[in-house]
Design a protein around this ligand. Structure first.
Ligand SMILES: [Zn+2]
Length: 92
């Protein structure tokens, strides 16, 4: 199975990365909820009637290519976005 490099030289398999990303997203959503009492899109502020995604600022693909795979599950690299803002972000 392919593995991807972290900046400390260690390597992670896709299976491990997926698990860590799931965990980071959960923490991100929980942190926002704890701080504000509800979840919302960090770009436009919409909070209901829409589906919220956890979107990567630096894409997972880029993190792997840069040999900084740990960025993929860094909570600071994840922004909560509504579908619309997520699509806009991914096009840039
Ligand atoms: Zn939005």
């Amino acid at each position: 199975m392919a593995s991807y490099r972290c900046s400390d030289g260690s390597r992670l398999e896709q299976k491990q990365i997926d698990k860590l990303i799931r965990k980071a997203k959960k923490i991100k959503v929980q942190n926002q909820f704890d701080e504000f009492g509800y979840n919302f899109c960090e770009e436009c502020g919409i909070s209901n009637g829409t589906f919220l995604d956890c979107s990567h600022d630096i894409s997972v693909k880029k993190c792997k290519e840069n040999g900084k795979t740990e960025q993929a599950f860094n909570v600071g690299n994840i922004t909560i976005r509504c579908r619309e803002c997520h699509q806009k972000h991914d096009k840039l």
